[in-house]
Design a protein around this ligand. Structure first.
Ligand code: GDP
Ligand code: MG
Length: 313
């Protein structure tokens, strides 16, 4: 109970904008009100506006219309209860836990477009794992962007976590190789690899990512055990497209594909419905959400806590 309320309190803070704009709007529309067709149309508009996604919104709205026209519901409060209930049951007990290799180290490859929040999210993940008692190492495979290595190094210094690096402009796969060697030699539990931002349409960069994967796989059996795609929650529909296209570009199936999503910057948007749209658009589980700019601003994604944080006052 104590732990649960702590989680809820933190995610509540991160979802403040969404709650104040989207949910508060819904509540003022529905609480204590009698339902009519115009209100149902307005609910639809607000769900779409909050990035909930067309498919899910239409499913909700059809059900509400049906119930309303059949005379089974006539109050706004009943709609709110229905929405909360639907949202809570949307996520099957999916595998949201971070995978862990049978033999350490577990390798996590982090990818996404420029500015999505990869490096920041890595520091959060590293911090979280370290706080759970795991030994973590970072590999600075973003050799492309000036300052990228230094950015990761600074996080490493602050968190007391080793960072393996090469030189700027060097081969990122070579850094990945060195990082694997070091991770094995030092017996760490997790190796997290930062990579340069890329678009799923940039063939050379996607090939570079494949090369990193194959180097890592040769060094450590089954690696990378997780491929985490970082998506910027403020990017709306673009984030959804990235999820679809990255997972296609990275190849699905055994040993391939994106294994989990890190939805960053949820604190920076009033459209937290994106979490729902991502569920609608892809079968890749959201494993973490980012709710601020410091290493502590991370939450494992828990649907119950998420819905509670959205709807409770
Ligand atoms: N508000 C907020 N900002 C974030 C979050 N995650 C990352 N950022 C910011 O997004 C910007 C880009 O992050 P960075 O990690 O450098 O992105 P990268 O290019 O994908 O490595 C930085 O200014 C971060 O502070 C988050 O969860 N919330
Ligand atoms: Mg970066």
């Amino acid at each position: 109970m104590g732990l649960f309320s702590a989680i809820t309190a933190k995610i509540r803070g991160g979802l403040a904008k969404t709650r104040e704009v989207f949910v508060a709007g819904l509540k003022s529309l529905l609480l204590g009100r009698t339902l009519d067709e115009a209100t149902i149309a307005e609910i639809r508009r607000r769900l779409i506006e909050a990035d909930v996604g067309v498919k899910t919104t239409d499913r909700f709205i059809s059900h509400i219309e049906e119930q309303f026209r059949a005379g089974k519901i006539d109050k706004g409060d009943q709609v709110l209860d229905y929405l909360k209930h639907e949202l809570r049951s949307m996520w099957p007990p999916q595998d949201r836990e971070l995978r862990r290799a049978a033999m350490k180290p577990t390798v996590i490859l982090v990818t996404g477009v420029n500015g999505a929040g990869k490096t920041t999210s890595i520091s959060k993940l590293a911090n979280l794992l370290k706080s759970r008692g795991d030994r973590v190492m970072l590999g600075a495979c973003d050799t492309f962007r000036a300052g990228a290595v230094r950015q990761l190094e600074i996080w490493g210094e602050r968190l007391g976590i080793d960072v393996i690096k090469g030189h700027q402009g060097g081969d990122p796969a070579a850094v990945a190789f060195d990082a694997c060697q070091a991770a094995k030699a030092r017996g760490v539990d997790f190796l997290i690899l930062d990579t340069a931002g890329r678009l799923q349409t940039q063939d050379p960069l996607m090939r570079q990512l494949s090369k990193i994967r194959s180097v890592v796989g040769k060094q450590i059996p089954g690696a990378p055990h997780e491929v985490i795609l970082v998506l910027d929650a403020t990017a709306g529909q673009n984030a959804l497209r990235q999820a679809e296209e990255f997972s296609r570009a990275m190849g699905a199936g055994e040993g391939g594909g994106v294994t989990g999503l890190f939805l960053s910057k949820l604190d920076g948007t009033a459209k937290g419905g994106i979490v729902i749209a991502v569920k609608e658009a892809t079968s890749i589980p959201v494993k973490f959400v980012g709710i601020g700019e410091t290493p502590a601003d991370v939450q494992p994604f828990e649907p119950e806590a998420f819905v509670d944080a959205l709807f409770e006052n």
